[in-house]
Design a protein around this ligand. Sequence first.
Ligand SMILES: NC(=O)c1ccc[n+]([C@@H]2O[C@H](COP(=O)([O-])OP(=O)(O)OC[C@H]3O[C@@H](n4cnc5c(N)ncnc54)[C@H](O)[C@@H]3O)[C@@H](O)[C@H]2O)c1
Length: 345
Amino acid sequence: MENLRLGLVGCGNMMKHHISGVKLLDNVDITALCDSELERAENVAELFPDAFVTTDYREMTEHIDAILIALPHDLHYECGMFFANNGKHVLMEKPICNSEEECLKLIERCEEKKLTFMCAYPVPYMPAVVKLKELLDSGEFGAVMQMSIWTEQLTQNEELHWINTSRLGGGQFFSHGCHYVDILLRFLGNPVSGTHFGTRVGTPWMIKEGTSIASFKFENGALGYHGATWGARGTMLGALNMQVHTEKGMLEMTRGEVRLYDELEKHIPGQEADCNYKVLFKTEGLNGKHTNFEIEHFADCVLNGKTPMTSARSALQSLRIIWKMYEAEKNGTIADLRGMGIANI
Ligand SMILES: NC(=O)c1ccc[n+]([C@@H]2O[C@H](COP(=O)([O-])OP(=O)(O)OC[C@H]3O[C@@H](n4cnc5c(N)ncnc54)[C@H](O)[C@@H]3O)[C@@H](O)[C@H]2O)c1
């Protein structure tokens, strides 16, 4: 089978991660590159000397089968629609688009044209996250009562950067929390209700919240929590930490490992609990944001006509939930999330 000819639009911060991911794959060729700042595209072209380079993505079509879009959020729709109209499969950085109407129009156009349209959520494809889900789904640990996800980063750009403007489409919860609302839906099933609180304290460069706390109740009785900040000046948990309390112990996903804490009697309050865990899984050959796994999945779906796990339609559910929770936060109510699970698409 021939390799997938993939074009890249937006050679900025995130594309660096995708490039280190794609270099690990042997069924994907980067055949075209675009950035409105030529120097950025040319820098990437040093790694892919045969690729066509342009500052105008409309010139890329004859060189590619599929496109990976990593642009500021307000440009996702227009760019995605251009490639869908031209019969190209789309791997779109999150959040798919800044409104439900744009997401749906683009999803429907890709469906009409029988194109793969996948959201570039890397987390569900990370080996340690895959393993954590496999362990929970096996039933070996009994029911889940609570899953908590923390992300702690400092995301501070220069004053006029698009991330600090309405081009972001929301705050930290929309832009970054969408990864983890999606994970909670994949792990815990259909949501029932949720609340969100956001604050700009500590991240005055953001026009909406830079720190976000969200809690959820699911149909099966499990509770979900997401606490995240783009204003971290220090961290104990690292950029991403997941903890799942089950009937048989607490499973943690951290730094590419899955750990089990199940000997509570050895935990002495006030003393380190580190000695108490067993490592159940360790990722080999960590690669930054692990984007090779998601791109590999995208290529497999395009080349073999499969539906992506993070199809744009499934990813839209996480955005719908976030919009509903923002609305409830504004109105001082609890968001009714019934019917918004991935199973309902
Ligand atoms: N999955 C993740 O963990 C993750 C992390 C960071 C960012 N992202 C996503 O990646 C996307 C890009 O974010 P970023 O942080 O890389 O932003 P960035 O500003 O670093 O990069 C965007 C690039 O797009 C270029 N660009 C702007 N307008 C253009 C146009 N019309 N045509 C061609 N190029 C154009 C800019 O010159 C820039 O190089 C966003 O959707 C963001 O949410 C994902």
